[in-house]
Design a protein around this ligand. Structure first.
Ligand code: SAH
Length: 248
């Protein structure tokens, strides 16, 4: 069986228990070398073959998977959660075409890890109930309707992947799109890795403050990093719901 597994954001103990168990019994692991923590590979058994997909094409990845007897365990290890910029769909479609079975094991995305590092909640009552996950266009184009400026018009919480290398342009477009220049913004570099670094500021100050950070970083934007919000209804003493009567 072939398993697409989310390796988590970096720290070895942030892979799921299911992912770790499969990793331990894998015969072949193909890992996304640039972002998966290599320490995870030390949990593989002795006979396990490990391949770094950084230098491989889609065709080569599929060929390596297909070269294994179907009784073996093949792990395709992706950073964070595989459903976010993981390029797994094209692999799964190819496996479907060839008649191979596979499963997907979710992972902790770096957007979850970054929120944990900041001790933040993306969906604060009275601030935003929406998290927009997007990126700046790079070599992969972004559909025109999803232009950063038009997404910014919502004023929602935003987690931006693959864009830390274009911080100045990004923050400029977010302001053009409608966020106030003093909207809280942060760059979380290598969340949960030993060299993790956080820079907090505003859309105006962030490009300069975070210029020294590398690209393995998320850009977070929104009032959810500010001080104002409303209390939740769920834990409000004056509010009844299915499991609790309001206190008079
Ligand atoms: N599937 C991954 C994202 C892969 S795209 C996930 O769910 O997290 C690669 C981008 O993810 C990087 O450019 C960066 O923006 C972000 N990223 C991955 N790991 C990160 C980490 N530990 N800290 C901050 N950002 C990270």
């Amino acid at each position: 069986m072939i398993y697409f597994i989310g390796a988590g954001p970096g720290a070895v103990d942030l892979i799921t228990v299911r992912g770790m168990e499969l990793l331990k019994r894998a015969d072949l692991v193909i890992y996304a070398g640039s972002l998966v923590n290599p320490e995870l590979l030390t949990y593989c058994g002795e006979g396990c073959e490990k391949m770094n997909s950084a230098s491989m094409t889609l065709e080569e990845v599929i060929a390596a998977m297909a070269a294994r007897p179907r009784t073996q365990t093949v792990v395709r290890l992706h950073t964070g959660d595989p459903s976010i910029y993981g390029a797994i769909r094209e692999q799964m479609d190819e496996l479907d075409r060839l008649g191979y079975n596979y499963e997907v094991v979710p992972g902790v995305s770096s957007m979850n890890a970054a929120a944990a590092v900041l001790k933040a909640e993306y969906t604060l009552p009275g601030v935003s109930q929406t998290l927009i996950v997007s990126r700046m266009a790079g070599r992969t184009p972004v559909p025109e309707k999803e232009d950063i400026r038009s997404l910014a018009a919502h004023g929602a919480s935003m987690a931006l992947f693959l864009s830390a290398g274009m911080l100045e342009k990004l923050c400029g477009e977010l302001i053009e799109g409608g966020y106030a220049p003093d909207t809280p913004a942060a760059v979380v570099y290598k969340a949960t890795w030993p060299d993790e670094e956080v820079v907090k500021g505003t859309l105006e100050t962030l490009p300069q403050k975070a210029a020294h950070l590398g690209r393995t970083a998320l850009v977070l934007v929104g009032g959810f990093m500010g001080s104002e919000y409303e209390r939740s209804k769920l834990y409000d003493p004056a509010f009844s719901h299915m499991f609790r009567e309001a206190k008079k």
